[in-house]
Each structure stands twice: as C-alpha cells, then as structure tokens.
Design a binder for this molecule. Sequence first.
Ligand SMILES: Nc1nc2c(c(=O)[nH]1)N=C([C@H](O)[C@@H](O)CO)CN2
Length: 117
Amino acid sequence: MDKIFIRELALRCIIGIYPEERREKQDIVINVEMHVDLRKAGRSDDLNDTVDYKSIKKAILKLVENSGFQLIESLAEKIADIALANEKVQQVVVTIDKPGALRFAKASAVEITRKRS
Ligand SMILES: Nc1nc2c(c(=O)[nH]1)N=C([C@H](O)[C@@H](O)CO)CN2
C-alpha cells in the first residue's frame, strides 16, 4: 500500500506519570505513517484526491498543545484516531519517542498500528 509520512514532528507537552513530570512540558517526537491509495492523486495532481498531511499535522498540534496524558500510549491512540478520521486512511502507524524519559537511553518509545475496521 502507498504511504504518506509525517516524520519527526518535535513538540512539547505535559506527559508522564510522576508529579515532577507534570510541572514542565517535555519533548516528544511523533512519527505518523498513513496507508493511503495514492494512485488517483498521482494522476490528477489534485490535493482533493489524497490526504492533506498539513491538515493532519495541524490537528495533531492542537491535540498535543492542550494534552496532559500520563502515558505515551494514550497520546499515540489519539493521534491514530485523528488520522483514521480521514476516510482515505486505511491504516496508520504512530510512534512516539520521549527522549527525556530514561537516563542513559536515547529515548523511550511506543509504536501502534491501527486499521480502519
Ligand atoms: N509503557 C510506558 N511506561 C512508562 C511510561 C509510559 O508512558 N509508557 N511513562 C513513564 C514515566 O512517565 C517516564 O516517562 C519517566 O520515567 C514510565 N513508564
């Protein structure tokens, strides 16, 4: 299947289970892989025939800015919901890295895959 990506969207939000994590925003890095049939758009050269990754990014920004989840799993689930709200998206893979989470590690991360049912 064809894919559209949003790569390494670096944002800041309140996220975490410990009280000290809920005082200051932390860095997170989001990757979104959307499975979309791109043949029509490739022929028509028309944005209406595909998924506008800019509008998806804007919706993610709005969600993250106002969020305060405990788990990166919860944030990943909501981002998957945003992508699947566009009926052209058949499947979405969301990864979230939390670079500040673990001492001596580059990041902790989750990856989820959700399909249109
Ligand atoms: N599976 C997860 N484990 C943990 C999470 C999480 O979001 N998912 N979060 C934490 C803390 O908030 C961590 O980021 C700070 O150590 C711990 N485990």
